[in-house]
Design a protein around this ligand. Structure first.
Ligand SMILES: Cc1cc2nc3c(=O)[nH]c(=O)nc-3n(C[C@H](O)[C@H](O)[C@H](O)COP(=O)(O)O)c2cc1C
Length: 303
């Protein structure tokens, strides 16, 4: 069974990646990074960010809300202290980046492209917990800003570009097209859905930021629809994300048009999930006598 796929210049040994911000050293040995198709690192920004006020995470029905707010130590710390620790990793490393407008994105892309070890940049245009860019809104909510940001990064790097879009829009196809026109090699869908949870006794929001990003099984049908719609709009590959807990969820995303998938919230519940999903996809292909995983992308039977 051939599990390998191509995204831009990257050849991945399998289509399963760890999603940005949902794993770390604490995932322990169960989290066998080298076996994944790729890993996406936590989003970094040009300068250090302290993130949002606590509480930053809470549980909801079939999911979780988070409002971390892109806490990170900035791009220079990443290059000097974090990236060297990942040198021995035997899979593709994808840096996730965010910035206040296209010039910051371009500058981070320029600095990261020079450091050699990265295979791709995932442009996080869609973190729902911070405001930056055009009129203090999200870049991913403004079609022109998506196009201009991706084009600026395209001019600054030869690395593969993945554009991570927001599901919190009316017509996702328009934004996927803008990313494709800007020169993105792939689209990642979805980031989290904006939500609120309330403590009725204190009458306070559960999160310090009031709103947060909903992830986990609760969002899977919504993310599937976004992948399906985006797949109809563009020719570049789609990476499906949203509530993927097991191999069946992963295959659902592929049938709806994704060539690869990312595992997020599942890592908090079961750090072994990505490895189990890789095995499950392989067994699924064997059972259904499908020679390669790339044959699944968009193979949903209609009617
Ligand atoms: C605690 C937490 C932190 C996250 N941090 C980031 C981040 O830094 N950058 C990013 O692009 N997405 C981030 N995400 C979003 C995930 O990468 C993913 O798009 C989202 O959670 C949906 O997938 P899931 O339902 O499998 O978790 C974060 C999600 C969670 C739950």
């Amino acid at each position: 069974m051939n599990l390998s796929i191509k995204i831009g210049k990257m050849k991945l040994k399998n289509p399963v990646m760890a999603a940005s911000g949902t794993w770390g050293a604490e995932s322990g040995e169960l989290f066998n990074i080298d076996s994944f198709g790729a890993i996406v690192l936590k989003t970094i920004t040009l300068e250090e960010r302290s993130g949002n006020p606590p509480p930053r995470v809470c549980e909801t029905a079939s999911g979780m809300l988070n409002a971390i707010g892109l806490e990170n130590k900035g791009v220079e710390d990443f290059i000097s202290n974090r990236l060297p620790k990942l040198r021995s990793v035997k899979t593709h490393i994808i840096a996730s980046v965010a910035g206040a407008g296209k010039n910051e994105f371009k500058e981070i892309a320029r600095r990261l492209s020079a450091c050699g070890r990265l295979s791709a940049l995932e442009l996080n245009l869609s973190c729902p917990n911070i405001k930056y860019g055009v009129s203090e809104g999200l870049i991913a909510h403004n079609e022109k800003a998506v196009y201009e940001t991706v084009s600026a990064v395209r001019r600054a790097t030869k690395l593969t570009i993945i554009t991570k879009l927001s599901p919190n829009v009316t017509d996702i196809g328009v934004f996927a097209k803008a990313a494709e026109a800007g020169g993105s090699d792939a689209i990642a869908l979805t980031n989290t859905f904006i939500g609120i949870a309330v403590d009725v006794d204190t009458r306070k929001p559960m999160l310090g930021n009031v709103t947060g990003g909903l992830s986990g099984p609760a969002i899977k049908p919504l993310s599937l629809r976004a992948v399906w719609e985006a797949g109809k709009a563009v020719d570049i590959p789609i990476i499906g994300i949203g509530g993927i807990m097991d191999y069946k969820d992963a295959v659902e995303f592929m049938l709806c048009g994704a060539i690869a998938i990312q595992v997020g919230t599942a890592n908090f519940v079961n750090p072994g999930a990505p490895a189990e999903i890789i095995r499950g996809i392989e067994e699924y292909l064997k059972k259904h006598r499908i020679s390669g995983v790339n044959k699944l992308a968009g193979a949903l039977k209609l009617g």
